[in-house]
Design a protein around this ligand. Structure first.
Ligand SMILES: NC(=O)c1ccc[n+]([C@@H]2O[C@H](COP(=O)([O-])OP(=O)(O)OC[C@H]3O[C@@H](n4cnc5c(N)ncnc54)[C@H](OP(=O)(O)O)[C@@H]3O)[C@@H](O)[C@H]2O)c1
Length: 437
């Protein structure tokens, strides 16, 4: 049915494309809490049609009562389907085609697909506006944490200064386990894969791409710009070593993969990378597979939201929240303001990033090394905040760890390039940014 959704006692008729972890959890949740959800949504949320690749696969939920489509695009064309829930995944291909077709048919979309919206969000938001409908994507950012609704509705009166968070549970699990056990990255990654916390191909998670998708969506909501995934500086956690984690603890920090977006005098800074966060900051206590988002508003000040960022139940909870809003007739602009008002912001380059740094050198301990390191830092106007030098066994490389006062990243990387070239420095310096919280 084209046009706005009806508000009343009629059920909301839903089509779901994708019956994997999230899709089957949505079916289970709608069944398990059907009456409760109907009371709260004002009418029943009723699935009438589904699509997946393999019709024979057992999904732990009976599918006989739903119309089955091999082609997910058929959901958009089904006259009974009023809302399409896209849970197939993928930035392009069938997910993109289905969202376009659904919106063009004047029907709203609900999706958990951050890759799709990070890359095509602006186009899809325009299409939604043009057809008088919306896209619910609560499930696409931090799973069960209601951060989209919070930014789009609850914090609407605030100018957001900065939004940041632990946006990938796989990375947080790996970093937490490395800290607790002292084990190496590869070893913990393998265990995470066995436990089902990491994909067989984990690169999207551990290289920061998944967090960057989510950050691009948070930025759009917080700063009223089109999602700019290509503008997110992205560095993953492969190079984080147990040694750095141990030094971080000694200096009063934990290492977290943070996504940070903030407005600076140079434009919008969006970055995902391992960060040193003070152990006393609440976000540093968010451990294991949990996610957290902090939004700083000019009126509300600092707010923190934490919870499960993935998994069938938490993600389905977010999908159902969007469906309930649609059932009640809500039709907010996708990114909080009409797509025509989304304003592209200049990208603040990383070499203009201004902050403090941790770095570790492995050196041959001989007279003059520290003087040479200090000279490189002085020449680039980097000032030292703290230094740890370990006792050595004769002939063994010695770690030297330094933290700096705040400085522009270009100066820091310039100094480290020179330091890395010193004869006594045995491997490339390891640098981790310190987040000021
Ligand atoms: N898993 C999570 O915890 C989580 C959390 C937040 C967001 N998300 C997002 O939610 C989405 C779904 O994730 P998931 O973990 O549920 O994925 P998944 O378990 O791999 O399930 C994907 C589903 O899509 C179906 N599918 C794939 N291509 C299709 C096509 N061309 N036509 C019809 N159906 C197709 C698959 O069918 P078959 O089953 O027949 O192969 C499968 O049922 C992704 O965008 C993901 O990023 C997931």
């Amino acid at each position: 049915m084209a046009g706005p959704l009806r508000v009343g006692a009629e059920p909301l008729h839903i089509g779901i494309a994708g019956l994997g972890t999230v899709g089957s959890a949505v079916l289970r949740l709608l069944e398990q809490n059907r009456a409760l959800i109907a009371d709260r949504a004002g009418r029943e949320l009723r699935v009438v049609a589904v699509s997946a690749r393999n019709r024979q696969r057992d999904r732990g939920v009976p599918l006989e009562r739903f119309r089955w489509y091999d082609d997910p695009l058929a959901l958009a064309a089904d006259p009974e389907v009023e809302v399409v829930v896209e849970l197939m995944g993928g930035a392009d291909g069938p997910a993109l085609a289905l969202c376009r077709a659904t919106l063009a048919a004047g029907k709203p979309v609900v999706t958990a697909n951050k890759a799709l919206l990070a890359q095509h969000g602006a186009e899809l938001a325009r299409l939604a506006d043009a057809n008088g409908v919306t896209i619910g994507f609560e499930a696409a950012v931090a799973g069960g944490i209601p951060i989209v609704k919070t930014l789009r509705e609850a914090l609407v009166g605030n100018r957001i200064r900065r939004v940041y968070g632990i946006l990938n549970g796989t990375c947080n699990y790996i970093l937490t386990t490395m800290r607790e056990t002292g084990r190496a990255f590869d070893d913990v990654l393998q265990e995470a894969q066995q436990l089902g916390y990491a994909e067989a191909d984990p690169s999207f998670d551990i290289d920061g791409v998944d967090a960057a998708h989510k950050l691009a969506l948070l930025s759009a909501l917080a700063f009223g710009c089109p999602p700019d995934f290509a503008g997110v500086f992205t560095e993953g956690i492969r190079h984080v070593s147990p040694l750095d984690i141990a030094f971080a603890s000694e200096m009063g920090y934990r290492i977290k993969l943070l996504g940070v977006a903030r407005l600076t005098e140079h434009g919008l800074e969006q970055r995902v990378h391992p960060s040193m966060v003070p152990t006393g900051a609440p976000i540093s206590q968010v451990e294991g597979v949990f996610n957290a988002v902090v939004a700083e508003g000019d009126q509300v000040d600092t707010t923190l939201y934490a919870g499960r960022g993935a998994g069938g139940g938490p993600t389905a909870s977010a999908v159902v929240a969007d469906l309930a809003d649609l059932a009640k007739g809500a039709c907010l602009p996708v990114f909080g303001v009409p797509a025509a008002l989304l304003t592209r912001l200049p990208r603040a380059p990383m070499d203009r990033h201004y902050g403090a740094y941790y770095f570790r050198l492995m050196v041959v301990d001989k007279p003059g090394v520290m003087a040479d390191v200090a000279a490189c830092l002085r020449d680039h106007e980097v000032s030292i905040e703290a230094l740890i030098q370990r006792a050595r066994n004769p002939g063994e490389p010695v770690p030297i760890v330094l933290t700096t006062h705040e400085v522009a990243e270009a100066r820091m990387t310039g100094a480290l390039a020179r330091i890395g070239g010193l004869d006594a420095v045995l491997e490339p310096p390891r640098m981790i940014r310190i987040e000021s919280l």
